[in-house]
Design a protein around this ligand. Structure first.
Ligand SMILES: Cc1cc2nc3c(=O)[nH]c(=O)nc-3n(C[C@H](O)[C@H](O)[C@H](O)COP(=O)(O)OP(=O)(O)OC[C@H]3O[C@@H](n4cnc5c(N)ncnc54)[C@H](O)[C@@H]3O)c2cc1C
Length: 582
């Protein structure tokens, strides 16, 4: 297949440099799943990936999928049902719950998990408890959110370097991945024989890995998912082109027939006989799309992969694909704290679940008042920051605690037990005050108001009842709190000083605005007509949950299910798995 030095505008099937059946643009969960399924169904597949690594934001994620009613959940003893999930979604989404894509998702989800388990190395298992994010009828406590099994990166040989590493902030000891289940053993290795054995094996493995590899090879969460997908793509000899980016889609009549790609050796025009799957990870860092769809006070920080620059959505729009932005929120959020490291690296640390729900922390706006149940989901926390009700939005907000909280749980980048906080205070990351009034002055709040807020909170800690925001009342709150803390796992008195605060900002973990698609992941035009030959999935497609965040895994779940549906449709076999909405 030759490269074209100077491609002329293409239409129809003239001037192609090569041909494939299915062209996949972007190698995250969405693109890699579509590629894998396409190859398994006998299609010739080319994956073009802009960077020199696979994984995108997926590789830095927790890798959880939210798929109701699976056999895996039943086998693990935490059965779930699609009917319960449908009830739950009706509560979360109201009228929007009647979307045909949602029905297709619910119907196909378990099939996709089984298909992957049967034919690939991608196996998901639900932890016993991983609650949904909203306290509504039909919400699950466990069984609906599934995690991928860890993977040994050594099985990839030299291609281990092709797996995008996790976020630097989430690795310890020169590149060791730490999953939620590893934390107790690492924090208290001598508290039990089990903890000791687990901590010892993690540390010994890391020490061995560091002799040969740039980082630890025991991969968990999103990194394990990506590594497993890459392992299978290699096994099936799928053609992955690194450093190769989508530039333009080529249209003939009302059909997309191929694409022009930029490659390390020039432009390449590739014809795709069965279709193109856009999976470039959504709005990401695209300044143009951030300006169009995100409010100004949310544009500053993004947790998405830095090579995601909205290319798929913009290319889709240029060929008349419709962008769906009529959503509850244009993006899914996390509150993140930010610190410039000594080597110049800007750490953006997402406060997912390690500190906000723990007892002895509260969040205030710069007016010194609480505005949210701090233990709610990261998305709901930021939505509350932005819900100004006429007043200025709480951007940034401040997480406040005392010294013993930092010893017990850590806060953001400050690990539990950290003795010397000077580095964090000097970097402007931690605000420190001997008294509440001192701290209030540092964060620009009124001392009297902050004292009253703290007093009220401490009163709630005594009774165990948060009369303002109900902290500690939901399954999610209690799951992320401290079960040993009584009477409420999420409330304990703050003080005496010194007191500490960390500023948190809205940061997008994914966009929910994206291309309008149908139940087969086919892109639609603004007149409702199909754009034949073009699929979009993952964050390139508009959220099926309309910018709400029902539970853990509600991005990668749909990304993979609709990638499967797209590839099956392109291969002409989706109807063998017909669902009532097809
Ligand atoms: C800290 C964190 C934790 C998260 N945890 C979860 C979780 O547990 N469960 C969940 O559901 N969601 C989670 N998310 C969100 C989730 O990770 C993303 O929404 C999802 O991984 C996006 O997958 P994707 O395949 O659409 O894109 P990505 O995984 O971002 O992949 C996109 C790929 O496309 C490539 N690309 C970009 N432009 C081009 C181009 N022009 N040509 C070719 N290639 C291109 C990129 O380089 C990248 O490799 C989390 C996010 C964060 C930040």
């Amino acid at each position: 297949m030759a490269n074209r030095a100077n491609p002329t505008p293409l239409s129809g099937d003239r001037n192609w440099d090569g041909e494939t059946d299915l062209l996949i643009v972007g190698a995250g969960a969405a693109g890699m799943t579509a590629a894998l399924v396409g190859a398994l169904e006998g299609l010739r597949v080319v994956v073009c990936e802009k960077s020199d690594m696979v994984g995108g934001t997926t590789a830095t994620s927790a890798g959880t999928v939210w798929i109701p009613g699976s056999h895996q959940s039943e086998a693990a003893g935490v059965p779930d049902s699609i009917t319960a999930a449908r009830n739950y979604l009706a509560g979360v989404l109201g009228d929007d719950a009647s979307d045909e894509r949602l029905s297709a998702y619910l119907a196909s989800g378990p099939t996709v998990l089984d298909y992957l388990e049967r034919r690939t190395s991608v196996v998901f298992v639900p932890p016993p408890i991983h609650p949904d994010y909203r306290d509504l009828p039909g919400a699950a406590i466990g069984g609906r959110a599934l995690g991928v099994l860890p993977f040994d990166g050594r099985r990839l040989g030299n291609d281990f370097d092709r797996v995008r590493p996790p976020r630097r902030e989430f690795m310890v000891l020169g590149g060791m991945m730490v999953g939620k289940n590893d934390i107790p053993a690492l924090l208290e290795p001598f508290s039990s024989w089990g903890n000791f054995k687990h901590a010892f094996s993690l540390l010994a493995r890391q020490a061995r890995d560091r002799l040969t590899f740039k980082r630890g090879t025991r991969l968990t969460m999103g990194n394990a998912l990506v590594a497993r997908l890459l392992y299978d793509l290699r096994r099936l000899a799928v053609d992955i082109r690194y450093g190769t980016a989508l530039k333009e889609l080529v249209k003939a009549g009302d059909e997309i027939v191929g694409a022009v790609l930029t490659t390390p050796t020039g432009a390449l025009a590739l014809r795709a006989g069965k279709g193109i799957v856009l999976a470039t990870g959504g709005i990401g860092r695209s300044e143009e799309l951030r300006e169009r769809f995100l409010s100004e006070n949310t544009r500053r920080y993004s947790l998405t992969c830095d090579t995601n620059t909205g290319d798929g959505i913009l290319a889709g729009e240029r060929v008349c694909g419709q962008i769906d932005s009529k959503l509850h929120s244009p993006a899914l959020w996390m509150p993140s704290s930010v610190m410039k490291q000594l080597d110049g690296h800007l750490s953006v640390f997402p406060h997912i679940m390690l500190d906000r729900a723990k007892p002895g922390l509260l969040a205030v706006g710069s007016n010194g008042r609480r505005f949210v149940n701090e233990a709610s989901s990261y998305h709901d926390f930021v939505q509350a920051m932005l819900r100004a009700n006429g007043a200025p939005a709480n951007v940034p907000s401040y997480l406040i605690c005392d010294r013993s909280f930092i010893s017990d749980f850590g806060i953001g980048l400050v690990h539990p037990g950290t003795r010397d906080l000077r580095r964090f205070v000097d970097a402007g990351y931690l605000f420190e005050g001997e008294t509440i009034a001192d701290l209030a002055a540092k964060i620009g709040a009124d001392g009297e108001t902050l004292s009253q807020t703290m007093e009220r909170y401490n009163g709630y800690a005594e009774t165990g009842i948060d009369e303002e925001f109900g902290r500690g009342t939901s399954e999610l709150n209690r799951f992320n709190g401290d079960p040993t803390n009584k009477p409420n796992p999420c409330l304990r008195k703050i003080g005496p000083g010194p007191y500490y605060a960390v500023a948190v900002w809205p940061s997008d973990l994914a966009s929910s605005v994206g291309l309008h698609t149908d139940s087969r992941a086919r892109v639609l035009q603004s007149n409702g007509e199909l754009l034949k030959g073009l699929y979009a999935t993952g964050a390139d497609a508009a959220s099926i949950f309309k910018g709400t965040y029902p539970g853990p895994g509600t991005m990668i779940g749909p990304a993979m299910v609709f990638a499967w549906r797209a590839a099956m449709d392109a291969a002409g076999v989706l109807d063998n798995y017909a669902t009532p909405t097809d």
